[in-house]
Write a protein that binds this ligand. Structure first.
Ligand SMILES: Nc1ncnc2c1ncn2[C@@H]1O[C@H](COP(=O)(O)OP(=O)(O)O)[C@@H](O)[C@H]1O
Ligand SMILES: [Mg+2]
Length: 369
Protein backbone atom coordinates (compact mmCIF):
# COMPACT_ATOMS: atom_id res chain seq x y z
CA UNK A 1 0.00 0.00 0.00
CA UNK A 2 2.90 2.29 0.81
CA UNK A 3 5.35 3.02 -1.97
CA UNK A 4 7.59 0.92 0.14
CA UNK A 5 11.22 1.64 0.79
CA UNK A 6 12.03 -1.97 0.24
CA UNK A 7 15.61 -2.05 -0.97
CA UNK A 8 17.26 -5.35 -0.13
CA UNK A 9 18.66 -5.56 3.38
CA UNK A 10 21.99 -7.08 4.37
CA UNK A 11 22.21 -10.42 6.13
CA UNK A 12 24.27 -10.85 9.30
CA UNK A 13 26.93 -12.66 7.26
CA UNK A 14 27.12 -9.78 4.77
CA UNK A 15 27.45 -7.29 7.64
CA UNK A 16 30.17 -9.45 9.20
CA UNK A 17 32.19 -9.43 5.95
CA UNK A 18 31.64 -5.69 5.50
CA UNK A 19 33.10 -5.10 8.96
CA UNK A 20 36.07 -7.36 8.17
CA UNK A 21 36.73 -5.44 4.96
CA UNK A 22 36.15 -1.99 6.49
CA UNK A 23 39.43 -0.01 6.18
CA UNK A 24 38.35 2.08 9.18
CA UNK A 25 37.97 -0.86 11.56
CA UNK A 26 40.17 -1.63 14.53
CA UNK A 27 42.43 -4.70 14.53
CA UNK A 28 40.71 -8.07 14.95
CA UNK A 29 42.42 -8.68 18.29
CA UNK A 30 41.31 -5.32 19.60
CA UNK A 31 37.75 -5.83 18.39
CA UNK A 32 37.52 -9.23 20.12
CA UNK A 33 38.95 -7.83 23.32
CA UNK A 34 36.64 -4.81 23.36
CA UNK A 35 33.59 -6.90 22.51
CA UNK A 36 34.15 -9.25 25.46
CA UNK A 37 35.08 -6.39 27.73
CA UNK A 38 31.68 -4.75 27.05
CA UNK A 39 29.93 -8.09 27.32
CA UNK A 40 31.19 -8.60 30.87
CA UNK A 41 30.96 -4.93 31.83
CA UNK A 42 27.24 -4.69 31.11
CA UNK A 43 26.29 -8.35 31.47
CA UNK A 44 24.42 -8.34 28.15
CA UNK A 45 25.25 -8.98 24.51
CA UNK A 46 26.93 -5.73 23.39
CA UNK A 47 24.92 -5.07 20.23
CA UNK A 48 26.03 -1.47 20.54
CA UNK A 49 29.54 -2.53 19.52
CA UNK A 50 28.14 -2.93 16.00
CA UNK A 51 25.09 -0.67 15.85
CA UNK A 52 27.03 2.34 17.24
CA UNK A 53 30.04 1.55 15.02
CA UNK A 54 32.35 1.04 18.00
CA UNK A 55 34.46 -1.25 15.82
CA UNK A 56 35.68 1.84 13.91
CA UNK A 57 39.13 3.20 14.83
CA UNK A 58 37.74 6.65 15.63
CA UNK A 59 35.49 5.25 18.41
CA UNK A 60 37.69 5.17 21.48
CA UNK A 61 35.12 6.12 24.14
CA UNK A 62 33.40 2.72 24.34
CA UNK A 63 31.84 3.19 27.75
CA UNK A 64 30.06 6.38 26.73
CA UNK A 65 27.62 4.25 24.72
CA UNK A 66 24.96 2.10 26.36
CA UNK A 67 23.57 -1.29 25.42
CA UNK A 68 20.02 -1.63 24.15
CA UNK A 69 18.51 -3.36 27.18
CA UNK A 70 19.96 -0.80 29.56
CA UNK A 71 18.49 2.10 27.58
CA UNK A 72 15.19 0.32 27.08
CA UNK A 73 14.67 -0.45 30.77
CA UNK A 74 15.73 2.96 31.99
CA UNK A 75 12.72 4.78 30.47
CA UNK A 76 10.24 2.73 32.45
CA UNK A 77 11.51 4.13 35.75
CA UNK A 78 10.52 7.65 34.70
CA UNK A 79 7.16 7.23 33.00
CA UNK A 80 3.89 6.37 34.73
CA UNK A 81 2.39 3.57 32.68
CA UNK A 82 -1.16 4.77 33.31
CA UNK A 83 -0.46 8.15 31.73
CA UNK A 84 1.33 7.01 28.59
CA UNK A 85 -1.93 6.53 26.67
CA UNK A 86 -2.12 10.30 26.19
CA UNK A 87 0.94 10.10 23.97
CA UNK A 88 0.52 6.63 22.50
CA UNK A 89 -2.99 7.33 21.25
CA UNK A 90 -2.63 9.99 18.57
CA UNK A 91 -6.23 11.12 18.94
CA UNK A 92 -6.03 11.64 22.71
CA UNK A 93 -2.70 13.34 22.15
CA UNK A 94 -4.39 15.88 19.89
CA UNK A 95 -7.32 16.44 22.24
CA UNK A 96 -5.02 16.92 25.21
CA UNK A 97 -2.36 19.17 23.67
CA UNK A 98 -4.64 21.31 21.52
CA UNK A 99 -6.00 23.07 24.63
CA UNK A 100 -2.56 24.65 25.20
CA UNK A 101 -2.50 26.31 21.78
CA UNK A 102 0.59 24.45 20.67
CA UNK A 103 1.17 24.13 16.97
CA UNK A 104 -0.10 20.64 16.00
CA UNK A 105 -1.03 19.11 12.63
CA UNK A 106 -4.72 19.63 11.96
CA UNK A 107 -7.01 16.57 12.13
CA UNK A 108 -9.52 16.62 9.27
CA UNK A 109 -11.36 13.40 10.14
CA UNK A 110 -11.05 10.25 12.26
CA UNK A 111 -12.76 6.90 12.41
CA UNK A 112 -13.42 3.80 14.40
CA UNK A 113 -14.06 0.96 11.97
CA UNK A 114 -16.96 2.13 9.77
CA UNK A 115 -17.89 5.11 11.93
CA UNK A 116 -16.27 8.36 10.85
CA UNK A 117 -16.20 11.78 12.53
CA UNK A 118 -15.63 15.19 10.92
CA UNK A 119 -15.90 18.09 13.35
CA UNK A 120 -19.12 17.53 15.29
CA UNK A 121 -20.67 15.24 12.68
CA UNK A 122 -20.48 11.45 12.72
CA UNK A 123 -21.54 9.13 9.93
CA UNK A 124 -21.15 5.63 8.55
CA UNK A 125 -19.11 4.74 5.49
CA UNK A 126 -20.01 1.33 4.13
CA UNK A 127 -18.22 1.09 0.81
CA UNK A 128 -14.90 1.92 -0.73
CA UNK A 129 -16.70 4.19 -3.21
CA UNK A 130 -18.13 6.32 -0.37
CA UNK A 131 -14.70 6.36 1.24
CA UNK A 132 -13.15 7.73 -1.94
CA UNK A 133 -15.78 10.48 -2.14
CA UNK A 134 -15.25 11.58 1.46
CA UNK A 135 -11.48 11.43 1.11
CA UNK A 136 -11.63 13.68 -1.95
CA UNK A 137 -13.96 16.07 -0.11
CA UNK A 138 -11.74 16.52 2.93
CA UNK A 139 -8.66 17.11 0.78
CA UNK A 140 -10.50 19.62 -1.46
CA UNK A 141 -11.85 21.48 1.56
CA UNK A 142 -8.34 21.86 2.86
CA UNK A 143 -6.74 22.48 -0.55
CA UNK A 144 -5.39 25.91 0.35
CA UNK A 145 -3.02 24.10 2.75
CA UNK A 146 -2.24 20.93 0.82
CA UNK A 147 -3.26 18.64 -2.05
CA UNK A 148 -2.82 15.50 0.06
CA UNK A 149 -3.75 13.96 3.37
CA UNK A 150 -1.78 11.89 5.89
CA UNK A 151 -3.63 8.86 7.19
CA UNK A 152 -2.23 7.23 10.32
CA UNK A 153 -3.28 4.59 12.78
CA UNK A 154 -4.57 6.12 16.01
CA UNK A 155 -3.00 3.78 18.55
CA UNK A 156 -0.30 1.15 18.98
CA UNK A 157 1.55 1.98 15.85
CA UNK A 158 5.16 3.11 15.65
CA UNK A 159 8.03 3.57 13.27
CA UNK A 160 5.89 5.02 10.47
CA UNK A 161 4.38 1.58 10.03
CA UNK A 162 0.75 2.58 9.45
CA UNK A 163 1.24 6.07 8.07
CA UNK A 164 0.08 6.70 4.49
CA UNK A 165 0.00 9.75 2.25
CA UNK A 166 -2.74 10.13 -0.35
CA UNK A 167 -2.82 12.85 -3.01
CA UNK A 168 -6.14 14.07 -4.36
CA UNK A 169 -5.06 13.03 -7.86
CA UNK A 170 -4.45 9.43 -6.69
CA UNK A 171 -8.06 8.96 -5.63
CA UNK A 172 -9.26 8.66 -9.21
CA UNK A 173 -5.94 7.57 -10.74
CA UNK A 174 -5.24 4.68 -8.38
CA UNK A 175 -8.59 3.40 -7.04
CA UNK A 176 -7.19 -0.02 -6.08
CA UNK A 177 -4.77 1.62 -3.61
CA UNK A 178 -7.70 3.49 -2.06
CA UNK A 179 -9.68 0.23 -1.87
CA UNK A 180 -6.79 -1.36 0.03
CA UNK A 181 -6.61 1.67 2.29
CA UNK A 182 -10.33 1.47 2.97
CA UNK A 183 -9.92 -2.18 4.06
CA UNK A 184 -7.03 -1.21 6.35
CA UNK A 185 -8.64 1.91 7.82
CA UNK A 186 -11.96 0.23 8.65
CA UNK A 187 -10.23 -2.59 10.55
CA UNK A 188 -9.48 -0.22 13.45
CA UNK A 189 -9.08 3.52 14.12
CA UNK A 190 -7.21 6.02 11.98
CA UNK A 191 -6.81 9.76 11.77
CA UNK A 192 -6.73 11.85 8.64
CA UNK A 193 -4.33 14.74 9.07
CA UNK A 194 -3.47 17.76 7.03
CA UNK A 195 -0.10 17.22 5.31
CA UNK A 196 2.45 19.54 6.84
CA UNK A 197 4.30 21.82 4.45
CA UNK A 198 7.89 21.85 5.60
CA UNK A 199 10.42 24.67 5.55
CA UNK A 200 12.16 25.03 2.13
CA UNK A 201 15.57 24.23 3.59
CA UNK A 202 14.39 20.88 4.87
CA UNK A 203 12.55 20.24 1.63
CA UNK A 204 15.78 20.80 -0.24
CA UNK A 205 17.65 18.43 2.06
CA UNK A 206 15.11 15.68 1.32
CA UNK A 207 11.82 16.40 -0.47
CA UNK A 208 10.30 12.89 -0.23
CA UNK A 209 8.85 13.40 3.26
CA UNK A 210 8.55 15.78 6.16
CA UNK A 211 11.93 15.46 7.89
CA UNK A 212 11.40 15.69 11.61
CA UNK A 213 13.60 16.45 14.58
CA UNK A 214 13.55 13.80 17.28
CA UNK A 215 14.04 15.63 20.59
CA UNK A 216 14.12 13.93 23.95
CA UNK A 217 13.18 15.74 27.14
CA UNK A 218 13.65 15.05 30.84
CA UNK A 219 11.69 16.37 33.81
CA UNK A 220 13.73 16.18 36.99
CA UNK A 221 12.20 15.40 40.42
CA UNK A 222 11.78 19.16 41.06
CA UNK A 223 9.83 19.58 37.85
CA UNK A 224 12.55 21.30 35.85
CA UNK A 225 12.22 20.47 32.14
CA UNK A 226 15.34 20.08 30.01
CA UNK A 227 15.95 19.01 26.43
CA UNK A 228 18.44 16.15 26.43
CA UNK A 229 19.36 15.84 22.76
CA UNK A 230 18.13 16.18 19.19
CA UNK A 231 18.68 14.61 15.81
CA UNK A 232 17.18 15.16 12.39
CA UNK A 233 15.61 12.21 10.58
CA UNK A 234 15.11 11.99 6.85
CA UNK A 235 14.31 9.31 4.33
CA UNK A 236 17.02 8.48 1.80
CA UNK A 237 14.83 6.10 -0.16
CA UNK A 238 12.14 8.37 -1.45
CA UNK A 239 9.75 7.30 1.30
CA UNK A 240 6.86 9.50 2.51
CA UNK A 241 7.83 9.02 6.18
CA UNK A 242 11.21 9.68 7.78
CA UNK A 243 11.31 6.79 10.25
CA UNK A 244 14.69 5.05 10.36
CA UNK A 245 13.02 1.62 10.39
CA UNK A 246 11.60 2.40 6.93
CA UNK A 247 14.78 3.51 5.24
CA UNK A 248 15.57 6.71 7.04
CA UNK A 249 18.85 8.12 8.22
CA UNK A 250 19.60 10.61 10.98
CA UNK A 251 22.14 13.24 11.96
CA UNK A 252 22.74 14.71 15.39
CA UNK A 253 22.07 18.40 16.02
CA UNK A 254 24.30 20.60 18.15
CA UNK A 255 22.00 21.74 20.95
CA UNK A 256 23.64 25.15 21.33
CA UNK A 257 23.92 26.21 17.69
CA UNK A 258 21.10 24.21 16.07
CA UNK A 259 23.53 23.03 13.40
CA UNK A 260 23.76 19.52 12.01
CA UNK A 261 26.72 17.45 13.09
CA UNK A 262 29.03 15.80 10.61
CA UNK A 263 27.94 12.16 10.55
CA UNK A 264 24.66 10.57 9.49
CA UNK A 265 23.61 7.04 10.40
CA UNK A 266 21.13 4.38 9.47
CA UNK A 267 20.76 0.71 10.37
CA UNK A 268 23.62 -1.70 9.70
CA UNK A 269 21.19 -3.94 7.79
CA UNK A 270 20.46 -1.04 5.42
CA UNK A 271 23.72 0.85 4.97
CA UNK A 272 26.28 -1.61 6.28
CA UNK A 273 29.41 0.04 7.69
CA UNK A 274 28.86 3.27 5.75
CA UNK A 275 28.65 6.47 7.74
CA UNK A 276 27.10 9.31 5.75
CA UNK A 277 28.36 12.86 5.55
CA UNK A 278 25.79 13.99 2.98
CA UNK A 279 22.27 13.04 1.99
CA UNK A 280 22.55 10.08 -0.42
CA UNK A 281 19.90 11.43 -2.81
CA UNK A 282 20.28 15.21 -2.74
CA UNK A 283 24.02 15.18 -1.91
CA UNK A 284 23.60 18.02 0.56
CA UNK A 285 26.40 17.99 3.12
CA UNK A 286 25.12 17.70 6.70
CA UNK A 287 27.84 19.43 8.68
CA UNK A 288 26.95 22.92 9.88
CA UNK A 289 23.58 23.12 8.15
CA UNK A 290 21.51 25.34 10.45
CA UNK A 291 18.04 24.06 11.33
CA UNK A 292 15.49 26.89 11.04
CA UNK A 293 13.42 27.72 14.16
CA UNK A 294 15.60 25.46 16.30
CA UNK A 295 15.23 27.56 19.46
CA UNK A 296 11.46 27.73 18.92
CA UNK A 297 11.36 23.96 18.44
CA UNK A 298 13.25 23.46 21.72
CA UNK A 299 10.83 25.78 23.51
CA UNK A 300 7.88 23.89 22.01
CA UNK A 301 8.97 20.47 23.30
CA UNK A 302 9.83 21.88 26.71
CA UNK A 303 6.36 23.39 26.98
CA UNK A 304 4.70 20.17 25.81
CA UNK A 305 6.74 18.10 28.27
CA UNK A 306 5.82 20.38 31.15
CA UNK A 307 2.07 19.78 30.63
CA UNK A 308 2.39 16.05 31.29
CA UNK A 309 4.62 15.86 34.39
CA UNK A 310 4.02 12.13 34.98
CA UNK A 311 5.84 11.22 31.77
CA UNK A 312 9.37 12.41 32.45
CA UNK A 313 11.32 10.98 29.52
CA UNK A 314 9.74 11.63 26.13
CA UNK A 315 10.90 11.43 22.52
CA UNK A 316 9.16 14.15 20.46
CA UNK A 317 8.77 14.38 16.66
CA UNK A 318 8.87 17.99 15.52
CA UNK A 319 8.40 19.15 11.93
CA UNK A 320 9.86 22.48 10.88
CA UNK A 321 7.07 24.22 9.02
CA UNK A 322 7.40 27.24 6.78
CA UNK A 323 6.62 29.66 9.60
CA UNK A 324 7.04 27.67 12.82
CA UNK A 325 7.84 24.27 14.31
CA UNK A 326 4.94 21.80 14.52
CA UNK A 327 4.66 19.08 17.16
CA UNK A 328 3.68 15.85 15.39
CA UNK A 329 3.79 13.47 18.34
CA UNK A 330 5.39 12.44 21.61
CA UNK A 331 6.58 8.91 22.41
CA UNK A 332 6.82 7.62 25.97
CA UNK A 333 8.65 4.50 24.80
CA UNK A 334 10.96 6.03 22.22
CA UNK A 335 14.00 4.31 20.78
CA UNK A 336 16.72 6.16 22.66
CA UNK A 337 19.54 4.17 21.01
CA UNK A 338 19.39 6.76 18.18
CA UNK A 339 20.14 9.52 20.68
CA UNK A 340 23.01 7.47 22.11
CA UNK A 341 24.50 7.24 18.63
CA UNK A 342 23.88 10.82 17.51
CA UNK A 343 25.32 12.17 20.76
CA UNK A 344 28.55 10.19 20.30
CA UNK A 345 27.59 8.27 23.46
CA UNK A 346 24.80 9.37 25.78
CA UNK A 347 27.26 9.51 28.67
CA UNK A 348 28.88 12.56 27.06
CA UNK A 349 25.57 14.43 27.35
CA UNK A 350 25.26 16.71 30.39
CA UNK A 351 21.49 16.32 30.77
CA UNK A 352 21.57 12.57 30.27
CA UNK A 353 24.11 12.38 33.11
CA UNK A 354 21.39 13.81 35.37
CA UNK A 355 18.97 11.16 34.11
CA UNK A 356 21.54 8.49 34.99
CA UNK A 357 22.07 9.91 38.45
CA UNK A 358 18.36 9.77 39.17
CA UNK A 359 18.10 6.33 37.59
CA UNK A 360 20.67 4.96 40.03
CA UNK A 361 18.64 6.35 42.94
CA UNK A 362 15.34 4.99 41.57
CA UNK A 363 16.87 1.57 40.98
CA UNK A 364 18.17 1.38 44.56
CA UNK A 365 14.74 2.41 45.86
CA UNK A 366 13.09 -0.30 43.79
CA UNK A 367 15.45 -2.99 45.09
CA UNK A 368 14.87 -1.83 48.67
CA UNK A 369 11.04 -2.03 48.27
N1 LIG B 1 0.76 15.58 9.20
C1 LIG B 1 1.87 15.14 8.59
N2 LIG B 1 2.31 15.74 7.45
C2 LIG B 1 3.41 15.30 6.79
N3 LIG B 1 4.15 14.26 7.21
C3 LIG B 1 3.78 13.63 8.35
C4 LIG B 1 2.62 14.03 9.10
N4 LIG B 1 2.49 13.21 10.16
C5 LIG B 1 3.51 12.34 10.08
N5 LIG B 1 4.29 12.57 8.99
C6 LIG B 1 5.51 11.81 8.59
O1 LIG B 1 5.35 10.47 9.02
C7 LIG B 1 6.30 10.16 10.04
C8 LIG B 1 5.66 9.24 11.08
O2 LIG B 1 4.54 9.88 11.65
P1 LIG B 1 4.17 9.74 13.19
O3 LIG B 1 2.89 10.44 13.42
O4 LIG B 1 5.33 10.16 14.01
O5 LIG B 1 3.91 8.16 13.34
P2 LIG B 1 4.76 7.00 14.07
O6 LIG B 1 4.15 6.88 15.42
O7 LIG B 1 4.54 5.79 13.24
O8 LIG B 1 6.19 7.45 14.12
C9 LIG B 1 6.74 11.50 10.58
O9 LIG B 1 7.98 11.45 11.23
C10 LIG B 1 6.76 12.35 9.30
O10 LIG B 1 7.89 12.07 8.51
MG1 LIG C 1 6.88 9.21 15.07
Amino acid sequence: MRQKANSPQLTNTEIFFQILKDPDRKSIIRMIWEFFYLYFYYGEFPRQYFSRYLFKKTRTNLLDYYPWKFLYNLKHFFNEKELCEVLENKLYYDFFYRQFNLSLPKILMYNHRNLFVIGKKNFVISSSGEFRTILAEIIKKNSSASDSVIIKKTYWSYGGDKVFKVYLSQISADPSRIDELYEEVTKSGFLFQETIKQHPLLDKLNPSCVNTIRFDTYIDPEGKVEVISAYLRMSYRNCEVDNVSLGGCFVGIDMQTGRLKKEGFSNLIDLGVTILTKHPVTNIVFENLTIPFFEEAKALVMKAASYMPGIRLVGWDVAIGVYEPILIEGNSDYDNTGNDLSEGGYRTNAVFKKVLQEYNVLKKQKTAD
